[in-house]
Design a protein around this ligand. Structure first.
Ligand code: FES
Length: 180
């Protein structure tokens, strides 16, 4: 194999013609090799940084769009007396595609959450006697009083439905999406 004429001196300083065969087969000297490696690394670093910046912009845009969503209107869920202490009731809010749970804890306090697990959207089930909500898909658990994850794969709390009492009835008046 001919060594390109523009090749600089080999690392051992001897003429290129008497270099061992392996060096003639791979006639890249150390300086060129390092330059190539540095160039590749720089390209890789620039691409990774670019992808990171695009990802951050995407997250910022999504959260800005979410904040701009108009607040849903109010919707009557049930009369207070229709929900027994320790009972749960399914309703939909803010649209027919958003299942939610209204819960009346043993203390008589009402809570309402989205009925979709924040892991992979399975329906959660109330376990009122243990003050928690259970997701049977991957054994996720949420605290009944806060909707925050307490065990299993979910990392984000259940969206909380804001409740209001008017003339003996419970109304859903907003959705509070939380990240922690
Ligand atoms: S979907 Fe609920 S724990 Fe996985």
């Amino acid at each position: 194999m001919n060594i390109p004429s523009n090749r600089s001196t080999a690392p051992n300083g001897r003429p290129l013609e008497i270099q061992p065969k392996w060096r003639q087969d791979f006639p890249i000297d150390v300086a060129d090799d390092e330059l190539g490696a540095r160039r590749e690394f720089t390209k890789f670093a620039v691409l990774v940084s670019f992808a990171f910046v695009v990802g951050q912009c995407w997250i910022a845009l999504k959260s800005w769009l979410r904040r701009r969503k108009p607040t849903p209107g109010s919707q009557r869920i049930a009369a207070i007396d229709d929900v027994a202490v320790g009972a749960a009731m399914l309703f939909h809010y803010p649209t027919e595609n958003d299942p939610c749970l209204l819960l009346r804890a043993a203390t008589g306090t009402f809570f309402a959450y989205s009925n979709q697990c924040t892991h992979l959207m399975c329906a959660v089930r109330p376990e009122m006697d243990q003050s928690r909500l259970h997701c049977p898909c991957h054994a996720g658990y949420f605290d009944l009083a806060t909707g925050r994850p307490i065990a299993g794969p979910p990392r984000r709390p259940l969206p909380r439905i804001v409740l209001e009492v008017r003339a003996g009835s419970l109304y859903a008046v907003g959705v509070e999406r939380r990240t922690i």
